[in-house]
Design a protein. Structure first.
Length: 312
């Protein structure tokens, strides 16, 4: 009973260590996420960064992020080390207390040597085993953090749900597009506004060009029209109707876009052309006509002919 009185203290130290490690993993994950996002963004835009001579600035920003994380990590490591040392030292104190009190009982002839070692081994070693459970605290903290991230992704409800049937369904769009005082910032960079009060109107058959340096919002404007994001404030109208009130699947069926760097997915040319179209029963003549309008029909035919000749 004397030795058992120290067990709650030992378990409390182990639990405190697990709690500190869990908080440390959470803070470290967030800090490394920010630095990793900066590094990925810099690598993807390395040509722009080099043309503007901003290599040193990016390196300094990344170094500052990592330095701040090192400072925070050092504090957490010191706290964790102190708690770990306390949990280990209390195990030795339990053993010392057991030997001292057991020796006193043996000298007083109240306990035999056999009784002493049975009590000492059952109480002290069981306490040490219970404390050793928390030696897995780092792995438990990592698994807890991973489970929280997985749960967050699993139960996340997208703001723009492609599977939703909500919204007005339109069979035909003329194509009049209007931006009304649109402000927008990306969810991961809320402090930086990409669009600041954009207002423009494009009538059917009219051509416009969005011109500006990289990062000024040209692709962002197209992404908003496609409803990949929602404006922070303001609204976008198509044929006088807010695109947020339209059914997203029906609305996107009326859109077509040619990206600056198109990508071909695995599969046939036909499958790539029909990608995203819900109706699978499209006649071959319609596909050929679409290729002709896009000025790629001759290229496809010539490529197929060259491949056939090489196989022959």
């Amino acid at each position: 009973m004397v030795c058992s009185a120290t067990i709650p203290v030992l378990l409390l130290c182990g639990f405190a260590r697990f709690w500190v490690l869990a908080r440390f993993q959470s803070r470290a994950g967030k800090a490394y996420q920010d630095s990793a996002a900066l590094a990925c963004e810099a690598v993807s835009a390395v040509a722009t960064i080099a043309s503007l001579g901003k290599e040193q600035k990016i390196c300094e920003d990344y170094h500052a992020m990592m330095k701040a994380q090192i400072t925070k990590s050092l504090q957490s490591i010191l706290q964790t080390s102190l708690l770990y040392a306390a949990s280990q030292s209390f195990g030795l104190l339990c053993m010392a207390l057991g030997f001292w009190y057991g020796g006193t009982l043996i000298v007083a002839r109240e306990y035999s040597m056999f009784q002493f070692f049975v009590c000492f081994a059952s109480v002290i070693f069981s306490a040490q085993s219970a404390g050793a459970l928390f030696s897995f605290a780092p792995d438990m903290a990592k698994s807890r953090q991973a489970a929280q991230q997985l749960k967050k992704i699993w139960y996340r409800e997208p703001e723009i749900d492609w599977w939703s049937d909500a919204g007005e369904k339109v069979e035909h769009l003329r194509g009049s597009v209007e931006f009304r005082d649109v402000y927008f910032s990306y969810p991961t960079r809320t402090e930086q506004l990409v669009l600041q009060g954009l207002s423009l109107k494009v009538e059917p058959g009219q051509f416009i060009a969005l011109v500006g340096p990289s990062g000024c919002g040209k692709s962002t404007a197209l992404g908003l029209i496609e409803r990949f994001y929602s404006p922070t404030s303001g609204d976008i109208f198509v044929d006088g109707k807010s695109i947020s009130s339209l059914n997203i699947r029906e609305y996107r069926n009326h859109l077509a876009i040619v990206m600056q760097e198109p990508a071909l997915f695995s599969g046939t040319i036909r499958e790539n052309i029909l990608l995203g179209i819900s109706d699978e029963h499209i006649e071959e003549n319609a596909v050929i006509e679409a290729c002709k309008k896009a000025n790629i029909h001759d290229f496809i035919v010539s490529s197929v002919t060259i491949a056939f000749l090489r196989l022959s």
